[in-house]
Design a protein around this ligand. Structure first.
Ligand code: SAH
Ligand code: SF4
Length: 410
């Protein structure tokens, strides 16, 4: 953890420490990052904030932490000195540590982060002409084993906490100097203008933490990214999709990738549990439940596997009736990957059929390939780093984390 200002250790407050599992103590103090407003209120009350003041204090602290990006209680000038001291003795505002930052020739930035337990995850910032997208991780590794995905070759180590998820957004805003400045007129051009849950892990297998973290990111008095600026990508965890609509309400992207169960079983093994038909039936309700416009279907283009004209035609037929856009992703290779990227004219031919059927069919330009930051390439850098730094790969591996949550797909 970084940015922890040193303060005398607080007397351990049993009430505070019995708080949400996610409020991991740092030096005996509780980390406020990642607590919902309700949890923050509980924590402040347990630390001795008079009942009558709790609501106001939550609002003040929330604004310092999530609107201004302040990490030091001493800087919270609208709080009394004694109260600030109490806060500093009891709490910290701590984020994961940036171990390494790489900047690609195309401006993409990849951050290797170390989280509690010494585990590592990656976060990628992708600047574009009129927006900047932050791709964040929700788990260390993944329980699923999609055969084209590099992350899928790394076992689930553990779920990230809500603080570690929202912390990725805060760290990127630190690095990009993207927090508002007091006294400086509000600048509408935010560098981190969109967040996608498309990094390491399956976000719907870490539902509660993802929901709480996105609630914080969307809160209008803090980071305040609208729910249309957040996209959660899932391989198709059917029972959690309706909850995603009603409890998070963000945009949804589905890792679809195939048009027959036989091929999807092979590419996205969770399909054996919830097949194409079951998935599509669930998706039909999503726009209404979440009040969102359309669902993004992600489709990785694998040479000779799922890229024929017939696939394209089957795809548009399958999703008929669902407001959708289809995002074609040229396969990003990784060392030892069992597939090849479809040829460019094949990708264009495929896109053309979809476009003529009335769907937007953007081809996702691979970004940050030179630093292995493109879709599906995450994990590699940290693994390579581990080898160099001789950090044991098995450290804290499966068994420690909540591996039982997801199906052992396949
Ligand atoms: N687990 C979630 C989110 C992370 S993956 C999911 O599967 O949706 C984010 C996107 O990258 C998914 O659509 C995934 O299928 C895609 N992807 C994974 N590996 C890839 C690769 N090697 N090349 C291109 N896209 C890949
Ligand atoms: Fe996990 Fe998504 Fe990769 Fe599949 S594509 S292994 S669900 S991270």
């Amino acid at each position: 953890m970084t940015n922890v200002s040193v303060a005398p250790a607080a007397p351990i407050l049993p009430d505070v420490l019995s708080l949400p599992r996610k409020a991991q103590p740092v030096d005996g103090r509780v980390n406020l990052v990642g607590l919902t407003r309700t949890e923050l209120a509980e924590a402040l009350r347990a630390a001795g904030t008079p009942d009558k003041q709790v609501r106001m204090r939550v609002g003040q602290i929330w604004q310092w932490v999530y609107h201004w990006g302040v990490r030091d209680f001493a800087a919270m000038t609208n709080l009394g000195k004694d109260y600030r001291d109490l806060l500093a003795r009891t709490f910290v505002i701590a984020l994961p540590e940036i171990v390494q930052k790489q900047v690609s020739a195309d401006g993409t930035r990849k951050y290797l982060l170390r989280i509690a337990g010494g585990h590592e995850v990656e976060t990628v910032y992708i600047p574009e002409e009129n927006r900047g997208t932050l791709c964040i991780s929700s788990q260390v590794g993944c329980t699923l084993t999609c055969s084209f995905c590099h992350t899928g070759t790394q076992k689930l180590v553990r779920n990230l906490t809500a603080g570690e998820i929202v912390g990725q957004v805060m760290l990127a805003r630190d690095d990009l100097k993207d927090w508002p400045q007091p006294g400086v007129p509000k600048d509408e051009t935010r560098l981190v203008s969109n967040v996608v849950l498309m990094g390491m892990g399956e976000p719907l297998y870490n539902f509660d933490a993802v929901r709480d973290a996105m609630g914080i990111v969307m809160d209008g008095e803090g980071i305040a990214l609208g729910r249309r600026r957040i996209t959660l990508s899932t391989s198709g965890v059917v029972p959690e999709i309706a909850r995603c609509a009603t409890e998070i309400g963000c945009q949804l992207a589905i890792s679809f990738h195939a048009t027959t169960d036989a091929v999807r079983d092979r590419l996205v093994p969770i399909n054996k549990r919830w097949n194409i038909e079951t998935l599509l039936n669930t998706l039909r309700d999503y726009p209404r439940l979440s009040n969102s416009e359309r669902i993004t279907f992600e489709y990785v283009m694998l040479k000779g596997v799922n890229d024929t004209d017939e696939d394209a035609r089957r795809l548009v037929k399958l999703i008929r009736g669902i407001p959708a856009k289809i995002n074609l992703i040229p396969f990003n290779e990784w060392p030892g990957s069992p597939y090849e990227r479809s040829d460019w004219d094949r990708i264009e031919g495929f896109a053309d059929i979809i476009y003529k059927a009335g769907y937007a069919s953007p081809i996702r330009t691979p970004r940050g390939e030179d630093i292995m930051a493109a879709c599906g390439q995450l994990k590699s850098a940290s693994e390579r780093e581990r080898r160099v730094r001789k950090v044991p790969v098995g450290e804290g591996a499966a068994g420690e984390g909540p591996t039982g949550e997801g199906p052992a797909a396949g």
